[in-house]
Design a protein around this ligand. Structure first.
Ligand code: TYD
Length: 224
């Protein structure tokens, strides 16, 4: 059976991830792969309820962290692990790097506590003892916070994170940079300020380099 593949999409708000999640799902399906397309916070009925709380209710950073990790546990058990066990491609719009970037770097919450929660939540029966479930690849949409903010401006009513000031996103951006530097094998940095088609080409090139997507036909499609 084909091995499951777990790919996460990360970046500050306004970096332009979403259309590429759709496009990559379509590219994998075109090559005959089953795809589970999902997101965090969320991805299960319970985790979607937690998402609504995290995005809209006032709370401190520890509560945010506990809720996103609670949702993540449910998401892993009900959706991500079963899909990987079936050999599917799992495309997840945000995962634990977002917690380190937003709750850790953005809110200033203790990353050692986040790492502890990560160890509990991402333990998996499907993996050798001690190994945590992590994405096989993380596509990091890197963009200057000021440009991302300009893209978001006026698009819709901002949630609790989107309403944060520029300094918050500068810290979140630095948090992602730190995560990427700590795990260069897993992270693929995308120059996300480029036109959408150019970003798509960076994505398909990265996947083709790993042999996960046949480069030539993938490059023709892309986000609508
Ligand atoms: P986002 O992917 O931006 O959803 P949408 O495109 O619908 O706005 O995710 C929602 C927000 O949740 C985003 O601002 C980042 C935040 N977030 C955290 O603070 N911690 C987390 O662990 C995750 C997964 C997301």
């Amino acid at each position: 059976m084909t091995r499951g593949l777990f790919i996460s999409f990360e970046g500050i708000d306004g970096a332009g991830k979403s259309s590429h999640v759709e496009a990559l799902a379509a590219a994998f399906r075109a090559q005959g792969r089953a795809v589970t397309q999902t997101r965090e916070p969320g991805g299960t009925p319970m985790a979607e309820q937690l998402r609504a709380l995290v995005l809209h209710e006032d709370m401190d950073a520890l509560t945010e962290a506990l809720l996103v990790f609670a949702g993540r546990r449910d998401h892993l058990r009900r959706v991500i692990e079963p899909a990987l066990a079936r050999g599917e491609v799992v495309l997840c719009d945000r995962f634990t790097d977002a917690t380190f970037a937003y709750q850790g770097a953005g809110r200033g919450f203790d990353p050692a506590v986040l790492a502890l929660l990560e160890r509990w939540v991402q333990a998996s029966d499907a993996l050798p003892a001690g190994q945590l479930r992590q994405p096989d690849m993380t596509l990091w949409f890197e963009i200057a916070p000021a440009i991302a903010a300009a893209r978001l401006a006026g698009v819709r009513a901002p949630d609790r994170f989107e309403a944060e000031p520029g300094e918050f996103f500068a810290r979140v951006h630095a948090g992602y940079a730190q995560r990427a530097a700590a795990d260069p094998q897993r992270f693929v940095r995308l120059a996300a300020e480029a036109p959408r088609q150019a970003v798509w080409q960076q994505i398909t090139a990265a996947l083709a380099r790993r042999g996960w997507l046949a480069g030539a036909d993938a490059a023709q499609d892309g986000p609508a």
